[in-house]
Design a protein around this ligand. Structure first.
Ligand code: FE2
Length: 223
């Protein structure tokens, strides 16, 4: 059984880009619904998976498990999203900065690419900074699609571009939301850690494990 992960900061810590009300609704309504749906579907199937990644990969390969995939991937994406943000304004570390310079000509170029990708994305989805074979790229995924099932494509940061992520605070101005988000909120420490893991063959971020004693596992810490 999966638990709703705690936010790694206070609900008001990301203001003014994301309000306390948005964080409460997004976390305790939207993500909680996805968590509850995953737990319900797994209970119906009598399954006790060892990890959320296992659930996502299995469901992605089974067309009859689309509902489970959508809900499990949305749990993963949201938890990674919470960890992709920090109340403390940061800058990328030296190694990642070099990679950003090579791929985008600098942080301003990355921002332009990230905001443009998210603003142009049609409908609901996610915009990612990712790393593939050491090279950085910006891409977006539709609806619940995540990068867990994309072998070799490691997420460094993600921003939610479903309307529920920004509509209360930014109305229909997705581009303005993305621009403000990129300036103030990226958790570059996470991006540095993910990038270092790709370059050095280390361990990438994993979703917290199921908390049920029946699963025989303990909670994982969130980096
Ligand atoms: Fe969301």
């Amino acid at each position: 059984m999966f638990s709703l992960p705690q936010l790694p900061y206070d609900h008001a810590a990301l203001e003014p880009v994301l309000s306390r009300t948005t964080l409460h609704t997004h976390h305790e309504k939207h993500q909680k619904t996805y968590v509850d749906n995953v737990n319900g579907l797994l209970a119906e199937a009598g399954r006790r998976p060892a990890s959320l990644e296992e659930v996502i990969i299995q469901a992605a390969g089974d067309p009859s498990s689309r509902k489970l995939f959508n809900n499990a991937a949305q749990v993963w994406n949201h938890t990674f999203f919470w960890n992709s943000m920090s109340p403390n304004r940061q800058a990328p570390g030296e190694s990642l900065s070099g990679a950003i310079d090579r791929a985008f000509g600098g942080l301003a170029g990355l921002k332009d690419a990230f905001v443009a990708e998210g603003a142009a994305h049609f409908g609901s989805g996610w915009v990612w900074l990712a790393c593939e074979s050491g090279a950085l790229k910006v891409l977006s995924t539709h609806d619940a699609e995540d990068l867990v099932t994309h072998q070799g494509l490691a997420p460094l940061l993600v921003c939610d571009v479903w309307e529920h992520a920004y509509y209360l605070d930014h109305k229909n101005d997705r581009k303005g939301f993305l621009s403000a988000w990129f300036d103030a909120l990226p958790n570059w420490s996470l991006a540095d850690s993910q990038h270092a893991a790709v370059i050095g063959g280390g361990e990438l971020w994993k979703h917290p494990l199921p908390t049920s004693a029946e699963a025989g596992t303990a909670s994982a810490s969130i980096r």
